[in-house]
Ligand binder design. Sequence first.
Ligand SMILES: *[C@@H]1O[C@H](CO)[C@@H](O)[C@H](O)[C@H]1NC(C)=O
Ligand SMILES: *[C@@H]1O[C@H](CO)[C@@H](O)[C@H](O)[C@H]1NC(C)=O
Length: 347
Amino acid sequence: MATTTPVFPLLLLLFAAAVVAVPPSPYLSPTTLFQNYQNMLTNFKIFIYTPAKPFTFQNPAASLFYSSLLYSPFHTQDPNEAHLFFIPFSPETSMRSLARLVRDLRVNHPYWNRTLGADHFFVSPAGIDYSADRNVLELKKNSVQISVFPVISGNFIPHKDITLPPLNPAARIISAVPENASTSSFLGYLKWDGKTESNFVEELKEDGDFLIDIERELLDHVEKVKNSKFCLLLHAGDVAWMVEAMAMGCVPVVIVDRPIQDLPLMDVLRWSDLGLLVEARGGAKRLKQVLNDVSEEKYGVMREMTSAASKHLVWNEETQPLDVFHMVIYQLWLRRHTIRYARRQSF
Ligand SMILES: *[C@@H]1O[C@H](CO)[C@@H](O)[C@H](O)[C@H]1NC(C)=O
Ligand SMILES: *[C@@H]1O[C@H](CO)[C@@H](O)[C@H](O)[C@H]1NC(C)=O
């Protein structure tokens, strides 16, 4: 005779213990991520149209992405094996020239018409706006845009477009610094650009719990980050150092008065648990309340996830596995399934 009563609660207990033991993951879906990533490495092919004339991106992140792609194994010369098509053009291109460029692609190559641009992508650091021109409109609405975080709201289409984290040349030097924030003397640190004036910044300046930086002394800056629990980033101001702050284990707090969906690696990282979004309109008082409401336990998890995530946001001159170049390519790989149809197809 057997009694089964204790089995179920025991299993439940074991299950609960297993769940608790899993370290916090900075990823939205860790299991599919690594499997898909492997598939991407083996299969992904991108065809690159030849630009009308050679050009360079002034933006360091866009420039590095472009050169890394050109020399990567994803680049194919054979459009027939390509999953996606890249249209390189200078950020200085006028709307008129852009319209002509798309029209030329439409007329001279068979690929645009198959999806009206949905399997095409382009890099525009500031993003492009809507246009009355049909060609630019198709590019804007159908093709995947890669721009640099943060993007002004009209220039970004959530779930389709992608952003690159800004590249801060100082980041590599700084991220080697060991981290320990448990002795933090400041609640938040704002690396202020000295330009973006607002009541909010004025309030922070007067509050002893916050540290505002206006100088650009590198080591001084590292000390300040290490002495602060949270790093405050004005969405409209200086966000270029977001990744270095994260690499130092400083939990990012983005100050923005509207919902944002243009964070880098939005399809990969669990941003909702990695950092905080706080509205400036609540002032310093509201900010303090939000930051103080984060329990020590929750803060520990955020810190761990922040530094784990920062590895994927770092730019390398020579690309490394799982670095930001590969993660952006991965986001393109996730967007490769487009509906292809032939015009004038008869059934
Ligand atoms: C694509 O479609 C347009 C009509 O929208 C047509 O003018 C053009 O010739 C087509 N391109 C190709 C390569 O067939
Ligand atoms: C961080 O600081 C705390 C308190 O000063 C100390 O107990 C802990 O060992 C330090 N951790 C590291 C990794 O240095």
